[in-house]
Design a protein around this ligand. Structure first.
Ligand code: AMP
Length: 123
C-alpha cells in the first residue's frame, strides 16, 4: 500500500493539525489520543512514512526501530504505568480495523484494561 500523505498523522507531523505532544525525538512523535480509552492513551508514531506495523517491521532502519521501542518504554515509565501495567496495541489493515494509515502504537493504561480481546461470540 502506498503511503497517503494526507492522513491525519502526516498532517500532525507537518504541524498542520495540533496535538497534545507527549514525547518527540529525531525519529518518533508521541501524543495523546483524541478519544482516550483509558486514563493514559498515547499514540506513538515514527516520523518516517510507514503505513502499518508490517511496513515498519520490514522497511524501517534499525535506528528508527530502536528509537521507537525505547520511546514507548520511556513514556510508560514517565506516565507511571510500568509498575501498574499497561497494554501496547498496533492495528494493522482491515481485520485489525486500522483507521489511520500511518503506523502507530497505542499505549494504554491507568486502569484495569480487561481481557485482551472479546471472544468471537461476544462481538
Ligand atoms: P487505529 O484504529 O489504530 O488506526 O486508531 C487511530 C486512532 O487515532 C484512534 O484511537 C483515534 O482516536 C486517533 N485519532 C484520530 N485523529 C486523531 C487526532 N487528530 N489526534 C489524536 N488522535 C487521533
Amino acid at each position: 500500500m502506498a503511503y497517503d500523505d494526507s492522513n491525519i498523522f502526516a498532517r500532525i507531523l507537518r504541524g498542520e493539525i495540533p496535538c497534545r505532544k507527549v514525547f518527540e525525538d529525531e525519529h518518533v512523535l508521541a501524543f495523546d489520543d483524541i478519544r482516550p480509552l483509558a486514563p493514559t492513551h498515547v499514540l506513538v508514531i515514527p516520523k518516517g512514512h510507514y503505513t502499518s506495523a508490517q511496513d515498519f517491521a520490514e522497511a524501517a532502519s534499525e535506528a528508527e526501530i530502536v528509537a521507537f521501542v525505547r520511546a514507548i518504554g520511556r513514556i510508560a515509565r514517565e506516565r507511571g504505568i510500568d509498575a501498574s501495567g499497561h497494554r501496547l496495541l498496533a492495528n494493522h489493515g482491515a481485520d485489525g480495523r486500522q483507521e489511520v494509515p500511518h503506523f502507530h502504537v497505542h499505549l494504554v493504561g491507568g486502569r484495569d484494561l480487561g481481557r485482551m480481546l472479546p471472544r468471537a461470540a461476544e462481538e
